[in-house]
Design a protein around this ligand. Structure first.
Ligand SMILES: C[S@@+](CC[C@H](N)C(=O)[O-])C[C@H]1O[C@@H](n2cnc3c(N)ncnc32)[C@H](O)[C@@H]1O
Length: 356
């Protein structure tokens, strides 16, 4: 048996397969973009039953010479769990048809729980092209990847590009809809609170759900002025513009969902100290509620850790990071908090309560 550098040919071929899998992984992303752009999940959803390839290409008005190519894309996506290939019986004939799976149901644009805006935002070349600059980025101190690719910090870029800003806010809101599925099971976390401020709360998707579930709870969505300036609240929901690095409106509790992973440890300590200021003067035992990733390689399944580490690389590009329990604990201590409690929330996000 041939060997190279002490490795068997078989081992080398496995290495090649792994390498090619990662080499072409960008096509996975682009296939997702393709189904969202063509609204294939919506087409299957509106069809109200599994759809055959001839039906699909007819609706999409695909030229006959491209039908085979559509079939290849659909076969690949089905193999990876985005569609289910089922057998149907029509006109005394058995045919193959595509049905939606949980993953592609989340891409139906007309649905309340749609992650299509997330796909559109992340796979817009604004973001995805930035990753061609990793080599340059890693050699420059303190600079984010976006500073190199977009010429400014990400939040400044959003301010100057209203169309992409809207796409980003829609993407965040779409993710919040999903997390809210789990938040509905966490009522105890909000029980007894009279007020809460959702720091970096975007356009208020999460706060709206909380304010509706707890009509006596006063909710404030606090975000950059450009994000909240046009938004109007309800009798228990208000929008306030400002900078969390300066000060945060006072409340019994602060919510930080998908915020701290955007920032370095130093910045997180600053934000957490401002949160502590916001809750501690209230005369009651306030708390900060963090919704973010907790890396736990020893306990999580491989796929969950893989996703968390991929998110970590994504956050590294804005000089932020995903954190393990030890890393979180260090931040809480440095910001002057006395205790914390971690509970699993969704497949990959946890809810952390920290107490002053
Ligand atoms: C990753 S998004 C998370 C949005 C929302 N919490 C969610 O989970 O959908 C981060 C949010 O932080 C806001 N943000 C960034 N810098 C901020 C600052 N200095 N003060 C207040 N909000 C800020 C952004 O505008 C954005 O809405």
């Amino acid at each position: 048996m041939a060997s190279i550098n002490g490795r068997s040919a078989n081992e080398m071929f496995q290495g090649q397969a792994l390498l090619y899998r990662h080499l072409y992984a960008f096509i996975d992303s682009m296939c997702l973009k393709w189904i969202v752009e063509l609204r294939i999940p919506d087409i299957i959803h509106n069809h109200a039953k599994p759809i055959t390839l001839p039906e699909l290409v007819s609706i999409l008005q695909i030229p006959p010479t491209k039908v085979g190519q559509v079939q290849s894309l659909m076969r690949y996506l089905s193999h990876n769990g985005f569609f289910e290939r089922v057998r149907i019986h029509e006109n005394f004939e058995e045919k193959e048809a595509y049905a939606l799976t949980a993953a592609s149901e989340l891409l139906v644009k007309s649905s309340e729980l749609s992650l299509a805006p997330m796909v559109e935002c992340v796979l817009d070349p604004t973001l995805s092209d930035s990753y061609h600059h990793l080599k340059k980025w890693v050699h420059q101190e303190d600079v984010t990847l976006f500073k190199i690719s977009l010429g400014s910090h990400f939040w400044d870029f959003l301010t100057k590009n209203p169309a992409y800003n809207e796409s980003f806010n829609d993407a965040m809101a779409s993710d919040s809809q999903i997390s809210n599925l789990a938040l509905r099971d966490c009522k105890l976390v909000f029980e007894g609170l009279e007020s809460i401020v959702d720091v970096g709360g975007g356009t208020g998707t999460t706060a709206t759900i909380i304010s509706q579930a707890f009509p006596n709870l006063k909710c404030i969505v606090f975000d950059r002025p450009q994000v909240v300036h046009n938004l109007s609240g309800t009798n228990n929901l208000a929008f306030v513009g400002g900078d969390m690095f300066s000060s945060i409106p006072k409340a019994d509790a602060v919510l930080l969902k998908w915020i701290l992973h955007n920032w370095s440890d130093k910045d997180c300590v600053k934000i957490l100290k401002n949160c502590k200021e916001a809750i501690s003067t209230n005369g009651k035992k306030g708390k900060v509620i963090i919704i973010d990733v907790v890396i736990n390689e020893n306990q999580d399944q491989h796929e969950v850790t893989e996703l968390k580490l991929l998110m970590d690389v994504n956050m590294a590009c804005v000089n932020g990071k995903e954190r393990s329990e030890e890393e979180w604990m260090k931040l809480f201590k440095e910001a002057g908090f006395q205790g914390y409690k971690i509970s699993p929330l969704t497949g990959y996000l946890s809810l952390i309560e920290i107490y002053p």
